[in-house]
Design a protein around this ligand. Sequence first.
Ligand SMILES: Cc1cc2nc3c(=O)[nH]c(=O)nc-3n(C[C@H](O)[C@H](O)[C@H](O)COP(=O)(O)O)c2cc1C
Length: 259
Amino acid sequence: MNEIIDVLNNRCSLRKYAKEMISDKHLDLILDMAIKAPTAGNMMPYSIIVIKDDEMKETLSQTCDNQPFIKSAPVCLVFVADYQKWFDYYRINDVEKFCKKTGRTYQGPSESSFILALEDALIASVNAVTAAESLGIGSCYIGDIMEQYEIHKELLNIPRYAYPVAMLCLGYYPKDYKKKFRTRFDKKYVVFNEKYNILDEKRIKDMYKHLDNRFSENNPFEAKNYAQLHYAVKTNSSFADEMNRSIKEVLKVWNGLIK
Ligand SMILES: Cc1cc2nc3c(=O)[nH]c(=O)nc-3n(C[C@H](O)[C@H](O)[C@H](O)COP(=O)(O)O)c2cc1C
């Protein structure tokens, strides 16, 4: 079709990497393309932390729900939703005083700035994924960077109005690597025309039926079907609880509930 479609079509998450370090030229290109991503109001309320240090990667592989492959990635990129710089800029330029003087309400960071910064950071990260893939560099998202808020804040020196929302492990594909493509839900259950299409029970069952063959009666959760198993493994897991706790804490900070 064209090269971009081919790159998107042939991407899969990579969790095993060639030992070789990503060249400076390639890393720079990946970062430049991340920064080229669309950004709300051209504000770029995000930062990207480049991690190459082995000790740091070792720690992250533990704090991100014990995923050892993280430390084997030559480079990790942490995408940080970040309003700190804008609010520092406002502070330095007396925006609060200006508001008082002109009868405006001074609005600090809030849930909406948090979500906007998060969207921006994630959109930039997708550009990084695609740019990397086009250079023969595979990637894998690590959502667990949103856990352990306090530990990651300290570890990565993250200021008050900033929060790591995604991490990417990056590395060249190992020689002769055989890509595995995961199946997706049928497009008809994901893409709707003009209005949302609320799915009835029959269609919900049809949408998820391909997952049934992943179910095994022989599971430690006493689950009787794949939905129960999935709930026990993912939604009701300790990492989901930790993510929930972590995000609640961050929102308290951004809402001004924690000084
Ligand atoms: C927000 C997000 C968080 C993810 N977190 C992890 C993770 O912590 N560990 C992991 O091995 N893969 C993680 N992944 C990768 C997904 O498992 C992967 O994208 C999904 O299974 C689809 O496979 P594919 O990317 O190969 O198409 C994450 C992906 C996303 C988008």
